[in-house]
Ligand binder design. Structure first.
Ligand code: PLP
Length: 419
């Protein structure tokens, strides 16, 4: 029972190094967040020792009385939070939740219609070498070449052309809200089921800042670790009529034993998500993204060929368009990294550069909002990013790093925590 630092100093050093990295940089990857310490505690607990195949009250292993309580709490809290008929909290990840959704709704060879990967869709929505592209017959809708928005006329046209069995609404990189009622209409018109993947914007839905897909979709899947800010994992909401199919698609369809330590941590995250503090954090998240979009749309930055896709944002992220900039996505990501800001390069729709380089950046505000940032701090971050992207190769990286260091010092992360 030696402590980690004694038993495995190399891994202990990784944990320490990562805590320092998270503390000393500005985390702006749109899919990341900082979990509360209570989530770290639940996830790093003895529940990791327990096998619990099955569902609460119907397990294939003995000794499940404590983990049943945890899973029932996670289910009840998610139901309340999203107003869903049925919840499955066992998916290990977002991708596994999505595999279970398709497994439950259709058969191999059936047709799915989702957002084009290169336009902001996700791997599990039909990418060629993902299970979704291999098992199902895939068609895709794209964003409008002018507005860069998902236009429902285009979705309807593609649906009428391809007659899919499932229509997927959801994205990994898109800065606007979706019209779920319009998706429902199109699905009904062609006799398709509607699946919404709200992995990115679930926290905004929980806070009432984004329309809820739950009344419109047959099934809704999500991750817990993006805007919600819980443990890395997934969950599925559905109408009662799909409850049994979803449960058996998750277990035994896709998974064996559930990760009970993670499920307990999900319960904690859902409890947090029902608080006023959570709502305030989501509001700061969206306002922060709007502040960044606005600053990156100013003439000095536009003059350097930098712009923001769709001209702004309604959610927790901004997509920067570098197609007319001297910087490509890789160079811009590296430049911001050198200044202490972590973002990811991202292909923009109709990107002329190769996928490993790209002409875009995806910049998200959830982690910094969790750190406590408000309008003043996001204004400062926006100016640091704008200055770096405007000045490119001649940017004053040292000066920008000093501004980043002031922000990280003013908003300490996990104060008192030692790994
Ligand atoms: N769905 C969407 C829309 C996502 O953006 C992601 C993550 O990037 C996932 C699903 C997959 O989640 P995970 O990485 O937990 O498998």
């Amino acid at each position: 029972n030696a402590p980690l630092a004694e038993l495995d100093p190399e891994i202990a050093a990784v944990l320490e190094g990562e805590l320092a990295r998270q503390r000393d940089t500005l985390e702006m990857i749109a899919s990341e967040n900082f979990v509360p310490r209570a989530v770290l505690q639940a996830q790093g607990s003895v529940l990791t020792n327990k096998y619990a195949e099955g569902y609460p009250g119907r397990r294939y292993y003995g000794g499940c009385e404590q983990v049943d309580i945890a899973e029932n709490l996670a289910i009840a809290r998610a139901k309340d939070l999203f107003g869903a008929d049925h919840v499955n909290v066992q998916p290990h990840s977002g991708a596994q939740a999505n595999a279970a959704v398709l497994h439950a709704l259709i058969n191999a060879g059936d047709k799915i219609l989702g957002l084009e990967l290169a336009h902001g869709g996700h791997l599990t929505h039909g990418m060629k070498i993902n299970f979704s592209g291999k098992l199902y017959d895939v068609a895709a809708y794209g964003v409008d070449p002018e507005t860069h928005r998902i236009e429902m006329d285009e979705v309807r046209k593609k649906a009428l052309e391809h007659r899919p069995d499932v229509i997927i609404a959801g994205w990994s990189a898109y800065p606007r809200q979706l019209d779920f009622a319009a998706f429902r209409e199109v699905a009904d018109e062609v006799g398709a089921k509607l699946w919404v993947d709200m992995a990115h914007f679930a926290g905004l839905v929980a806070a009432g800042l984004h329309p809820s897909p739950v009344p419109h979709a047959d099934v809704v899947s999500s991750t817990v670790h993006k805007t919600i800010g819980g443990p890395r994992s997934g969950f599925i909401l559905s109408k009662e009529e799909y409850a049994k199919k979803i449960d058996s698609a998750v277990f035994p369809g896709q998974q064996g034993g559930p990760l009970m330590h993670v499920i307990a941590a999900k319960a904690v995250a859902f409890k947090v998500a029902a608080t006023d503090g959570f709502k305030d954090r989501q509001e700061r998240t969206v306002r922060g993204a709007k502040i960044i979009a606005e600053r990156l749309s100013q003439p000095d930055v536009a003059g350097a060929g930098v712009s923001v896709l769709t001209g702004g944002t309604d959610v927790h992220l901004v997509l920067v368009d570098l197609r007319n900039s001297a910087l490509d996505g890789q160079q811009a990501e590296d430049l911001l990294h050198d200044a202490g800001i972590t973002v990811n390069r991202n292909a923009v729709p109709f990107d002329p550069r190769p996928p490993r380089v790209t002409s875009g950046l995806r910049i998200g505000t959830p982690a910094l909002a969790t750190r406590g940032f408000g309008d003043a701090e996001f204004t400062e971050v926006a100016d640091i990013i704008a200055t770096a992207l405007r000045d490119g190769a001649s940017a004053d990286v040292e000066g920008l790093s000093a501004r980043v260091a002031k922000l990280t010092a003013d908003f300490p992360l996990y104060p008192g925590l030692a790994q």
